[in-house]
Design a protein around this ligand. Structure first.
Ligand SMILES: *Cc1c(COP(=O)(O)O)cnc(C)c1O
Length: 220
């Protein structure tokens, strides 16, 4: 399949999942291009895709400076864990951040946004499966972290999660949707290559799709 055909296929699957659930298919497809090079990204840009996700600040900065010049209108999303000492660079580079998950990062991002004169919308990442090794704020700490972000004038785009591997993702997506509704947020960044249709059925506004668009990765 060409990049345009692959892209059309993903969009068709999103639309079908939305239809099954009786919802509008107003879902943003974030093409997660981490580990892939400009030669692999360009065909998708030529096919019209403009929203891309990366998980490393340095890799994104290196890859995207030339691509952004060649293709106006690119929107870059940070989908990986962010270290506080990279907050300034992340705020300068990314248009949306999906991994706000702790107080120290609220402080670092708020400071960087003020310094850059740029308020970057952030999804709060929730550790939806309560996994020790995973990023994301524990569910019990979510309201307090949201209060801190609001007090620091960080625009909240919604909630984000990565459900536990090897488990049926639907209950976790449903829980994230409930947490967002309970906390007055509408954005839901959930669903990856293996489960984005389920996520769309359960209300995702942003799906983060990598390998289904680019092929399998050697590493993360
Ligand atoms: C890599 C990654 C994705 C994309 O994963 P695929 O399974 O390749 O679609 C989505 N979200 C996050 C946070 C990621 O790190």
């Amino acid at each position: 399949m060409t990049a345009a055909e692959t892209l059309a296929d993903i969009h068709a699957r999103i639309e079908k999942a939305a239809k099954v659930a009786g919802r509008e298919s107003n879902v943003t497809l974030v093409a997660v291009s981490k580990t892939f090079g400009a030669d692999e990204i360009r065909p998708l840009l030529e096919a019209g895709q403009r929203v891309f996700g990366e998980n490393r600040v340095q890799e994104a900065a290196t890859k995207w400076s030339a691509l952004r010049e060649a293709f106006p209108g690119v929107e870059l999303h940070l989908v990986g864990q962010l270290q506080s000492n990279k907050a300034a660079e992340a705020v300068a580079l990314f248009d949306v951040i999906h991994s706000l998950d702790r107080s120290s990062l609220v402080a670092a991002l708020a400071k960087a946004m003020t310094a850059e004169g740029r308020r970057v919308p952030c999804f709060v990442q929730v550790n939806i499966g309560g996994e020790a090794q995973k990023g994301g704020v524990p569910i019990n700490d979510l309201p307090a972290l949201m209060d801190e972000a609001r007090a620091a004038d960080i625009p909240l785009a919604g909630l984000m999660c990565v459900p536990p591997a090897e488990k049926e993702p639907a209950p976790y997506f449903a829980l994230l949707a409930k947490l967002a509704a309970d906390n007055g947020l509408t954005g839901l960044s959930m669903g990856m290559s293996a489960d984005f249709e389920t996520a769309v059925q359960l209300g995702a506004t942003h799906v983060r799709v990598g390998s289904a668009l680019f092929g399998t990765r050697e590493t993360d």
